[in-house]
Ligand binder design. Structure first.
Ligand code: ADP
Length: 279
């Protein structure tokens, strides 16, 4: 079943009386439940705007439609179902805390939804456990690392029991350790059935996803596997992307004359390729 269905969605920002800035230009795609999709494109290509269209923070400027778990984002009566089911985590870990104490912060979403008290306590305990932050439940988040803060932000979204988690450059301000913590949580949630949409500039994260969508000037220019994307050098260049480090190294070694196979994305594949050349 398609859990996300986008049909011909357009969005332009209004500036002043007459100026329109096009951000998303007629995009269509659907995502199946349980998928792990990365959304990439250079700065200004429309990724954040598309993410906000997905959870109803913005509505299409045209007659395009967006359906989340069967609910259209254009229906005011069910917009909470859309926001609850498609939870978002943003770039800056410091801008997302609403309470000082971790468990109060995580409880904020379900409290707003009117969830009964005991159920809130169960959800907060489960959400913090899921992101590996249970032992911090009574602490203040202010002195925590970026990775820990982002995991708390994810717990806050999980407490609303979403089916989809949208991470809008949620790892881009983190150090490698924090980045890994957040990606590991996203993978774990995906293994438990949650659909992940990860907006990122990190090509290693793209390589590890099941599917990737590329935007350029608000238009969808690629939708397929990371391996197929990174094989397409012309598209990579045109969309302002780069190869993941291992794929780049493989490409340089090929240019240097080594008969390595194409499509290598991970270190173990490159090691295997090099070993087979030495046999
Ligand atoms: P990305 O996430 O890929 O960097 P965005 O969705 O943020 O792209 O931006 C797409 C386009 O919309 C860009 O041209 C950007 O300058 C413009 N834009 C984004 N947010 C606003 C805004 N609040 N007001 C006006 N223009 C905006």
């Amino acid at each position: 079943m398609a859990i996300i269905e986008v049909k011909n969605a357009k969005y332009h920002y209004r500036q002043g009386e007459n100026e329109c800035i096009p951000a998303v230009n007629g995009v269509s795609f659907s995502i199946e439940e349980g998928d792990f999709v990365t959304l990439v494109g250079k700065n200004g290509s429309g990724k954040s705007t598309l993410a906000k269209l997905l959870n109803g923070l913005l509505l299409p400027s045209n007659n395009g439609t967006i359906n989340i778990c069967g609910y259209t984002t254009q229906n005011e009566d069910t917009i909470y179902e859309v926001r609850r089911n498609a939870g978002m985590v943003f770039q800056n870990p410091d801008n997302q805390m609403v309470a000082t104490i971790v468990e109060d912060d995580v409880a904020f979403g379900p409290e707003n939804l009117g969830v009964p008290r005991e159920e809130i306590a169960t959800r907060v305990a489960w959400a913090l456990e899921t992101v590996g932050m249970s032992e911090y439940r009574n602490r203040s988040a202010s002195k925590m690392s970026g990775g820990q803060k982002q995991r708390i932000a994810i717990a806050g979204v999980l407490a609303m029991r979403p089916k989809i988690l949208i991470l809008d450059e949620a790892t881009s301000m983190l150090d490698p350790k924090g980045r890994k913590e957040v990606i590991d949580v996203a993978k774990k949630l995906n293994n438990e059935g949650i659909t992940i949409v990860l907006i990122t500039h990190n090509m290693d994260e793209v390589a590890e996803s099941k599917r990737t969508i590329v935007l350029k000037d608000g238009a969808l220019v690629f939708d397929g596997t990371p391996r197929d994307l990174f094989e397409n050098k012309a598209l990579i260049l045109d969309a302002g992307l780069v190869l993941p480090p291992v794929a780049k190294l493989n490409s340089l070694l090929q240019e240097g004359g080594l008969a390595l196979p194409s499509g290598i994305l991970f270190a173990d594949e490159l090691v295997e390729g090099l070993c087979s050349l030495l046999k």
